[in-house]
Design a protein around this ligand. Structure first.
Ligand SMILES: [Fe+2]
Length: 388
């Protein structure tokens, strides 16, 4: 990530950052150091009106379970999540679809505003905004988002999602046990995105305006660690930061800003790589020119996923190699079973020069399980869909 600074920070870290004369309290802003991987990796510094540690009450807030369906057979799945009923708020309304120890994929179509502030203590969250616009509010300030944005929220960021009225919001939530990173292969030795990488610093957007909420009143925050939810009632509003700087903060990247890499013949899935973690990768299948060799086969070759489970979430446009998928479909092509273009798609793509497809791929290194809710959206005929 690139270094960002917002608002007022002292000249030197860990020194007195004085408030204006006459300001209440001890005459100092309170520093919070926000770190990753202990104190070893990227970090930021925030300066609060009040200490962020003043907890008045702690209680259980229940659990957000991920219930796996009986997995009695290994097979392909097509999950039609467009059929998922809308409901709940942007946190409680999340419905788990696929999960392993590294990642849980949730769908969320909220109908209510977010009831309480929320903080994921154990996982980075990558939201993909399928529909809706709005703002992510955090102590780093306001982060506007729009359709087809990825919104990366580092773990331990307290947040509230606000949607603009008018368009029913629709989210894919990728909850990651490992830190979600920009792929190291896209970075040069100076830490800058390489020339030729499919995006650059200008495509990544951090928080804009600070909020600086000066409220001494009980403020509940739901903290999630795994399925467990705890309610922390703070003595004041945590979005009281007057300034921050560093490399840890939420940011957006719009899928339509992904610069596709193409060739004369079919290029393999890693060209779509967008984010990377220890347990999976996220790839963006963005609109692009198709292969230009006069004899090119313009849809992917059949392959078995070796040491990988492959999830595609279909966002927009017509997906050239698949029949029957619709907007908001997931396909899961698990380890060890060959899959490839559907019958007729090789011929159908012969004279096509351009694809308008937009899809998000999550390739996990460990097997995924299908949840109980996802099985209710499953098309049991999908494994046989490669027959003529
Ligand atoms: Fe594949």
């Amino acid at each position: 990530m690139q270094y960002l600074s917002r608002g007022s920070v002292p000249k030197k870290r860990h020194t007195r950052h004085r408030t204006d004369p006459g300001f209440k309290g001890e005459g100092l802003f309170y520093e919070e150091v926000i770190t990753t991987q202990g104190f070893s990796r990227a970090h930021s510094f925030a300066y609060h009106l009040r200490p962020p540690t003043r907890v008045k009450h702690v209680e259980s807030a229940g659990i957000q379970p991920v219930e796996v369906a009986p997995q009695d057979v290994l097979r392909h799945h097509h999950l039609k999540s467009a059929m998922l009923p809308a409901g709940g708020d942007p946190i409680a309304g999340r419905v788990p679809m696929l999960a392993n120890a590294d990642v849980t994929l949730w769908r969320c179509r909220p109908t209510q505003p977010q009831a309480e502030l929320f903080r994921n203590a154990l996982a980075d969250e990558l939201l993909f905004i399928h529909n809706g616009s709005g703002r992510l509010l955090t102590h780093f300030g306001v982060l506007p988002f729009r359709p087809f944005d990825y919104v990366l929220i580092p773990r331990c960021t307290t947040y509230k999602i606000e949607f603009e009225p008018g368009v029913p919001p629709d989210l894919l939530v990728i909850e990651s046990a490992g830190t979600i990173n920009i792929p190291p292969k896209y970075l040069n030795h100076d830490g800058q995105l390489r020339l030729g990488a499919p995006y650059c610093e200008r495509d990544l957007h951090g928080p804009t305006d600070l909020l600086v909420i000066d409220e001494e009143r009980d403020t509940p925050v739901i903290i999630k660690d795994g399925p467990r939810l705890s309610r922390y009632v703070l003595a004041s509003h945590p979005f009281d930061v007057v300034g921050w700087d560093g490399l840890v903060y939420p940011f957006t990247f719009n899928a339509d800003d992904f610069e596709p890499i193409t060739g004369t013949i079919h290029q393999p899935p890693p060209i779509h790589l967008t984010f990377e973690t220890s347990g999976f990768v996220v790839c963006t299948f963005a609109p692009r020119m198709l292969d230009t060799h006069p004899e090119a086969i313009k849809v992917p070759y059949a392959h078995s996923n070796v040491e990988s489970d492959e999830v595609l979430y279909y966002v927009r446009g017509k997906f050239g190699s698949r029949r029957g998928v619709e907007e908001a479909s997931f396909t899961l092509h698990p380890h060890g079973i060959p899959h490839g273009p559907h019958p007729g798609t090789i011929v159908a793509s012969r004279d096509v020069k351009w694809t308008d497809e937009l899809a998000v791929m999550v390739d996990t290194f460990r097997p995924l399980s299908v949840t109980k809710q996802a099985m209710e959206l499953d098309d049991p005929k999908y494994p046989y869909s490669w027959l003529d």
